[in-house]
Design a protein around this ligand. Structure first.
Ligand SMILES: [Zn+2]
Length: 377
């Protein structure tokens, strides 16, 4: 590590902030920061879901290195789906840990409690809007509901206050919720209002922390989806019994997407069935690719033992999940992610002490934090 104190850094992870939201919202502050610094259309890690991408950004690493490939996994011992909420699953050091070891304090602000459970260690301030502590409530008021755009505003109020009053904190990480993106497409008024609010708060952050470096990106984009398939039921209807199928997008907060997603991990009873089942799934309308565990791990840099025997990828308008029937039409308002079609996200860097690195160094969202770690450690 360099001997001088590293430049204060703010990591803004806007959950669900696909590149289309960046393009189609005015965002005067963010776009002026991008013009002065760097902006690029980048890519999210596959599957395009929150945990895999959040942990990739926070570890500056691929899922093959840190091991987090899902929000929800199949526990072979109990034969049930379980939520991935414990720090033990992360097999690489987090950026918070590396900063702490280097003697620099960090803060983690997030909407969802699960992010705190996964990543809150090694920080001096850790706030989840979902489960605020009494001292947070007494300073900032009670958070708005989790299923609102306002909760993101509340979170940024804390970020701005920390930037203003706690110069001893060298890394501030803010992760909003993607609820507004689940609800509204980039051109809808409510979305434009939400993005304008975020942009205003970013402007305040820049004013109170003119010395800071800003890294802005997202964990995935969002698209309208029209149909859900229950792969286990469809297979059963054709005499094929799957051991298990899990939507890696599922988490405890399912009101806005019901746990469906554009990817499925399918577990088989035996290896011998693989070719037949793979062939059958490939033939389904709405399924684009069916990859073996090994092929998926190689292609997407995933940890093979933490995905299904088969990885099923949906087309743009389809999701997978548990239903009471084989299929369900989702209506015109349903938005979700998880597939290859939610990979496009913005990469923005601002405040780099005059030296702007070449955009060629940045492809994935976590290339931003990888670059940060390289400059700091
Ligand atoms: Zn997300």
């Amino acid at each position: 590590m360099n001997h001088r104190k590293p430049q204060r850094a703010v990591i803004c992870l806007y959950d669900g902030f696909g590149y289309d939201y960046y393009e189609r919202s005015p965002l005067p502050v963010m776009k002026s920061m991008a013009a002065e610094g760097m902006v690029k259309r980048g890519r999210a890690v596959f599957p395009t879901l929150t945990n895999a991408n959040t942990v990739s950004v926070c570890c500056a690493a691929w899922p093959s290195e840190h091991g987090v490939t899902t929000n929800c996994y199949f526990d072979e011992a109990s034969g049930t789906a379980r939520f991935l909420e414990s720090r033990d699953f992360i097999l690489a050091p987090t950026i918070f840990q590396r900063y702490r070891e280097a003697g620099v304090r960090s803060a983690l602000l997030t909407c969802k409690a699960k992010t705190l459970k996964l990543l809150g260690e090694d920080t001096v301030v850790a706030v989840a809007a979902e489960e605020p502590t009494p001292d947070v409530v007494s300073r900032y008021g009670a958070p708005p509901p989790m299923y609102s755009a306002e909760v993101n505003q509340w979170l940024w109020t804390i970020a701005i206050d920390l930037l203003k009053t706690r110069p001893d904190i060298g890394l501030v990480y803010v992760q909003t919720t993607d609820y507004p993106m689940h609800m509204w497409g980039p051109d809808e008024t409510q979305s434009l209002d939400h993005m304008a609010m975020l942009d205003e708060r970013l402007g305040e952050a820049r004013v109170v922390a003119p010395d800071a470096l800003f890294l802005i990106t997202a964990d995935h984009g969002m698209n309208f989806k029209t149909r859900c398939l229950d792969l286990r039921r469809i297979c059963a209807g054709h005499g094929i019994e799957l051991r298990f199928s899990v939507s890696p997008v599922a988490d405890r907060l399912v009101v806005h997407h019901r746990g469906f997603g554009g990817v499925s991990y399918v577990y088989l009873h035996s290896k011998g069935e693989r070719a037949v089942i793979q062939g059958f799934l490939r033939g389904l309308e709405g399924v684009e690719y069916v990859l073996s565990r090994r092929a998926a791990a190689e292609r997407f840099n995933l940890m093979g033992k933490r995905i299904g025997d088969l990885v099923v990828l949906a087309d743009r308008s389809t999701v997978f999940g548990d239903l009471n029937a084989e299929f369900e039409d989702l209506g015109p308002r349903y938005r979700n992610h998880g597939s290859l079609y939610e990979e496009d996200i913005p990469l923005i860097l601002y405040g780099t002490d005059g030296i702007v690195p070449s955009p060629e160094n940045f492809v994935m969202n976590f290339d931003l934090t990888r670059w940060l770690c390289r400059t700091v450690f």
